[in-house]
Design a protein around this ligand. Structure first.
Ligand SMILES: NC(=O)c1ccc[n+]([C@@H]2O[C@H](COP(=O)([O-])OP(=O)(O)OC[C@H]3O[C@@H](n4cnc5c(N)ncnc54)[C@H](OP(=O)(O)O)[C@@H]3O)[C@@H](O)[C@H]2O)c1
Length: 226
């Protein structure tokens, strides 16, 4: 495992199935971690002694900047920022209501865009900003049109920012896991999940994410998760 001693990371969505595993993987590699969850209750599930805990609803536009500021202040510097929050919704496009469309856009596109913007203000050469997009960013699926569109939009944004960030030597990482057995589909904010083949193991997906965050990748395509 890559040694991340002396490095500091902010993991947003660290109360989630993948985010909590990524936060722990970074800590196991020696990094200090600021861990964000929506609330104290959700962060209570995070089994990570000594982590700096931050809370807040990512639908609030100011929160991503506040999280980056708080983590930077806590550690004196930031080496990496990871966006592992998000929601999913299912159902025919004609039936997705406005609240669902707003939440998908806020949590799966605007919040990570705001987080990347804030991260670029503090990360130095060698720093990394990473976000989980997913296989729908590569291939649209019926009954998850809006979810997939936010992921494709975020992936497109990351591609452009990656080029912009060459000069500052900040690495922009797009993580696109395929379906993973985290239970995300059971927490859908609207609709019922279609039947899907058994997904990948969350531990394996998170380990691949951590390796990419601590390595030199700029993207991990869905097919590269094994
Ligand atoms: N699971 C998959 O098959 C898969 C595949 C590819 C990509 N992804 C992406 O990976 C990311 C994590 O997925 P997961 O499976 O780990 O899902 P998860 O376990 O449901 O985690 C979602 C995270 O987002 C947070 N969150 C949701 N709404 C929020 C809000 N309004 N404000 C603040 N935080 C909020 C959750 O906080 P709480 O704990 O408080 O609810 C949790 O930390 C998502 O972006 C997802 O689209 C997942």
């Amino acid at each position: 495992m890559t040694d991340a001693s002396g490095q500091s990371f902010l993991v947003v969505g660290a109360s989630g199935a993948l985010g909590s595993r990524i936060a722990r993987g970074l800590a196991d590699a020696g990094a200090t971690v600021s861990a964000h969850g929506r609330s104290d209750e959700s962060l209570a599930r995070l089994d990570l002694d000594g982590a700096h805990r931050l809370t807040g609803d990512l639908r609030q536009p100011a929160l991503p900047q506040q999280l980056v500021d708080a983590a930077t202040q806590r550690h004196g510097r930031l080496d990496g920022v990871v966006y592992a929050a998000g929601v999913v919704a299912f159902g025919p496009a004609a039936r997705l209501d406005d609240d669902t469309l707003d939440d998908l856009t806020l949590l799966d596109f605007l919040a990570p865009v705001r987080l990347v913007r804030a991260a670029l203000g503090v990360l130095g050469p060698g720093g990394v900003v990473a976000a989980l997009t997913g296989v729908p960013a590569e291939r649209p699926f019926p009954n998850m049109a809006a979810y997939g569109a936010t992921k494709a939009a975020l992936s497109s944004y990351l591609t452009a920012v990656r080029v912009e960030s060459r000069r500052s030597k900040v690495r922009v990482l797009d993580l696109r896991p395929p379906h993973t057995e985290t239970g995300l589909a059971t927490r859908a904010i609207a609709g019922d999940p279609p039947s899907m083949p058994t997904g990948l193991e969350p531990d394996a997906v998170a380990a691949r994410c951590v390796a990419a965050i601590l390595g030199t990748d700029t993207e991990v395509a869905s097919g590269d998760f094994g």
